[in-house]
Design a protein around this ligand. Structure first.
Ligand SMILES: N[C@@H](CCC(=O)N[C@@H](CS)C(=O)NCC(=O)O)C(=O)O
Length: 421
């Protein structure tokens, strides 16, 4: 019988290191990336990794779970990976804790800011990047004097740190970080080749240009003044006033009454969106929701249908980052929630993917619904005609997103997506 279930978020270093530990030591543990009912029962915080063992023994916190998993490995196989004495054991915990708390804690905000999952804030971005560099300096000094973080052989401290640093090298720190810290570079190469990873880092390359906040293309061109040019990480246009006040130490001006959404002027539609959103969320998409949509929701007078394509697919890298980009866009569209519904999907694979989808929009123009998001011009909008079978099929495929999508005559598998509702 399996010794338990490990709940993971596969893209997260806190999770994939435990997955690799389970695989490397051939532990009889089920890995699940689905938060099933048992998970919900035991883990109200909703975080991963999490573990449920025999008789309902439940654990959260990556460091604790790692220790429990090691306790299931025969002692002669663990060898020195947890240190050869009490002092080494404690030093390993020290590095793990530093990386888990301080490094990952600083990297996550830089990543969220870069992919638009958090509203851009230069101060927060700069502070966290500076902190990552300070920790880089601490590791560099240590690795100047020692081959590995704790003594002269690989321990779990090295493995954990490599997992956490790898995601930063793929995103907001990239190759310039390794160029600055040659000992980290040397150590990262060695540790990432350990058989522990079973080839996870084969062909690993840090991104040459670290991910940073990118304003919509049009805005980029407009920013010609020296101040904007000197700004290493340009701000979103809408964040500017607030940031300027922040930097000057000003109190923000009292807020004016919230302006009405321009689509209010169209009055109430015959079929408001709420019922459709409920049906879509609760019913089988193909069997019930889509027929309901055509029968009860869509009418060509009140609503229009749009194909939405990201314009810069060639700049996308990892599929989960493309999906986060959609998440950020949807957050910034929230002022238009009452006026539209839609799905955007990520098709393809890492380093070869794109974003497309379909939206139902109040009125006959897409601009008033979409221009609430500063990056709306990074997307291309094409009107769809529900009386054309191919357009109708596209909309249904996007709402259901259960089949490959055809892009330039090629069928592409949908790897992820989000619903705007
Ligand atoms: N202190 C926890 C942190 C766990 C954590 O924040 N996990 C992230 C993924 S790496 C998560 O579940 N995020 C989702 C959320 O915060 O809702 C640990 O060390 O394991």
């Amino acid at each position: 019988m399996s010794q338990g279930t490990l709940y993971v978020l596969p893209t997260s270093p806190r999770s994939f290191i435990l997955e690799d530990l389970v695989k490397y030591y051939k532990l009889d543990i089920k890995i699940s990336d689905e938060k099933d009912e048992r998970y919900q029962h035991y883990f109200p915080l909703g975080k991963t990794p999490a573990f449920i063992g025999a008789k309902g023994y439940a654990l959260t916190e990556v460091i604790a779970i790692a220790r429990y998993l090691f306790s299931l490995v025969p002692a002669d196989q663990v060898k020195g990976v947890l240190g050869k004495n009490g002092a080494q054991y404690a030093s390993i915990l020290q590095w793990e804790s530093l990386i888990n708390q301080e490094w990952i804690g600083a990297w996550v905000p830089t990543f969220y800011l870069a992919v638009g999952k958090a509203p851009f804030n230069k101060k927060v971005n700069d502070e966290n990047l500076a902190k990552l560099n300070t920790i880089g300096g601490i590791l560099e000094t240590r690795l100047h004097d020692y081959t590995f973080l704790v003594g002269e052989r690989i321990t779990f401290a090295d493995l954990f740190a490599v997992a956490a640093i790898s995601v930063a090298l793929k995103t907001t720190l990239g190759a310039p970080f390794l160029a600055k810290f040659p000992n980290i570079n040397r150590w990262f190469k060695t540790v990432s080749q350990s058989p522990f990873w079973n080839g996870r880092f084969e062909g690993f390359e840090a991104v040459k240009e670290p991910l940073t906040f990118t304003p919509p293309k049009k805005e980029k061109k407009k920013e010609t003044n020296a101040a904007a040019a000197a700004d290493a990480a340009p701000k979103a246009p809408k964040a500017k006033a607030a940031d300027a006040a922040d930097e000057a130490g000003d109190e923000p001006a009292p807020s004016a009454p919230k302006p009405k959404h321009p689509l209010e002027a169209l009055g109430k539609p015959k079929n408001p969106l709420d019922e459709w959103k409920r049906v879509y969320s609760n019913e089988e998409t193909r069997e019930v929701a889509i027929p309901w949509f055509w029968k009860n929701q869509y009418d060509a007078e009140d609503w229009s249908l749009w194909k939405v394509d990201y314009k810069y697919n060639d700049e996308l890298t990892l599929t989960f980052m493309s999906n986060n980009l959609i998440g950020g866009f949807f957050n910034r569209l929230s002022a238009s929630t009452k006026y539209m519904f839609g799905c955007l999907v990520v098709y393809g694979e890492n380093n070869n993917n794109g974003i497309t989808g379909a939206f139902l929009v109040r009125g006959q123009d897409y601009v008033p619904a979409f221009d609430v998001a500063p990056d709306w011009e990074s997307y291309e909008f094409t009107k769809l005609d529900a009386s054309k079978p191919e357009d109708k099929e596209f909309i249904e495929n996007m709402f259901a997103w259960d089949k490959p999508v055809e892009v330039n005559g090629e069928k592409r598998v949908i790897s992820d997506g989000k619903v705007f509702k």
